[in-house]
Design a protein around this ligand. Structure first.
Ligand SMILES: [Zn+2]
Length: 463
């Protein structure tokens, strides 16, 4: 049964007393308001092709105006069926701006497949269900309500705080590129669509992950062509054999080991919490990233190999055209996750050397943007430390290089240090971003609002 938006909202209001607990970090009425706005954003199906992103932008703009933003400080720019929103919280201009980055679009969801209507937020079993709750309307709403809270408190930042919302992060990122162009020269990007805290199965905190780097996603198409002919008259030269050899060469190749401040610190901290041989290898690698034994052990683990180097792997094959014909064409897709700072062209050169057959053509499937890792800045780490300590004192803060790309990629490519600093804490087993029955814990709202409030009051007022 589908619940109406109204009955969902009534459910939230009946929840309000839970937030009034003595240990609440955020005024309970603000927490309730954030949940209400989250429900309103979820109700707008801002999926590619539906043309609904501008409606999300208008909703956010209304909320900001009601919360004290001047109409002139909010700019919505249509781009085809989607849009960007830039809202500026004016500061004294002593320092360069902070950008709060988020996206208004969501991945598609088929209501037939969901237990609940994906576009009606429902509160059940301590969770808020709906497409886009975790990716990333939750984070977006936390940033919006925090800016409104700061206005109400009369906060005067020493720099502009610019809310920059993209409208096609899940697909083309054209709006992200436009935002990154327009906002060039900013000091820091804080992205709500990365990082965040992990809880164990008992709900106890494990660590907070601060995302400061992303690997570059790139698909290369490797193709061999051949005049072909009748299969009763085979020749030595065969496109499938050439491709098979190319695939074998690739499987035997390892890209060189690389590291950054982020991966070394991530291994160091991971090593402290990991038992046995693996934990030792992580600590040893952090100590000396040329340690051959550590590299060998970590390279054998699928969950760590991507943190050590660029990886490229054959993922799709497409060869031949008839059972009784010599193949005229054989191709494979090679999916690469490129270490930050390495260009896709350099990877293509490596693939060419590894495949080592002048008859191979190797092409990127799509245009690829790439960026270097952001440095582990003291001011950002200190602000995150302060924010995390308010909920979980002394919880480890682990820097993270993620395998996929968010809006931060394009800001990093414009030279702006960018960090995934989501305020959410949840169990990895509750993560359903992009999947069915996407959800966030209701209990995370209070702490997440406090998290953004602490980050901004710390980073925007300086020493
Ligand atoms: Zn996202």
């Amino acid at each position: 049964m589908r619940k109406s938006a109204l009955s969902a909202l009534l459910l939230f209001s009946s929840l309000t007393p839970a937030f009034a607990a003595d240990d609440a970090l955020t005024p309970p009425d603000l927490t309730a308001k954030a949940i209400e706005l989250l429900g309103q954003t979820i109700a707008i199906e801002s999926v590619e092709g539906k043309g609904n992103v501008p409606a999300v932008a208008n909703l956010i703009a209304d909320e900001l105006r009601k919360g004290g933003f001047a109409a002139d400080d909010i700019v919505i720019t249509p781009m085809g069926e989607t849009a960007t929103l830039i809202a500026t919280y004016k500061g004294t201009g002593e320092k360069k701006p902070i950008i709060l980055s988020g996206h208004m679009d969501v991945v598609g969801a088929n209501p037939e497949d969901w237990t609940r209507d994906p576009f009606t937020m429902v509160q059940e079993d301590g969770f808020l269900f709906g497409r886009g709750t975790s990716d990333m309307k939750f984070g977006l709403v936390m940033m919006v309500e925090t800016l409104i809270r700061l206005k109400e408190e009369g906060f005067k930042p020493d720099r502009d705080i610019i809310l920059a919302l993209s409208g096609d992060e899940e697909t083309h990122m054209a709006t992200t590129m436009a935002l990154a162009d327009e906002l060039e020269g900013a000091d820091i990007v804080l992205n709500a669509d990365g990082g965040g805290g992990a809880l164990d199965e008992n709900g106890d905190p494990v660590a907070y992950y601060l995302q400061g780097a992303e690997k570059t996603y790139a698909d290369y198409i490797v193709t061999f062509t051949n005049p072909g002919g009748h299969s009763s008259q085979p020749r030595k030269k065969n496109a499938i054999y050439d491709l098979a050899q190319a695939a074998l060469n690739l499987s035997n190749y390892e890209f060189p080991v690389m590291w950054s401040d982020i991966t070394l610190e991530s291994f160091r901290q991971g090593g402290l919490n990991t038992e046995g041989e693996i934990g030792k290898a992580m600590r040893d690698f952090a100590e000396n990233p040329k340690n051959k034994r550590a590299i060998k052990i970590l390279s054998e683990r699928p969950e760590y190999v991507g943190q050590l180097r660029t990886t490229c792997v054959a993922t799709l094959l497409d060869a031949g055209h008839a059972p009784n014909a010599l193949p005229q064409r054989a191709g494979m897709n090679v999916n690469c996750r490129i270490f930050p700072g390495v260009s896709p062209d350099a990877v293509k050169t490596t693939l060419t050397d590894v495949i080592d057959n002048p008859e191979a053509t190797i092409e990127l499937a799509d245009e690829v943007h790439y960026a270097d890792a952001s440095p582990l800045r003291d001011d950002v780490v200190a602000a995150v430390r302060k924010a995390v300590d308010r909920r979980y004192p002394d919880l480890p803060i682990v820097p993270e290089m993620s395998a996929g790309a968010s809006d931060s990629l394009h800001f990093r490519a414009h030279g702006i240090d960018s960090y995934g600093v989501s305020g959410i804490f949840m169990k990895p087993t509750d993560m359903y971003a992009h999947g069915l029955n996407e959800r966030v814990p209701v209990a995370a709202v209070d702490g997440a609002l406090d998290h953004w409030h602490t980050l901004l009051t710390d980073l925007a007022t300086g020493e």
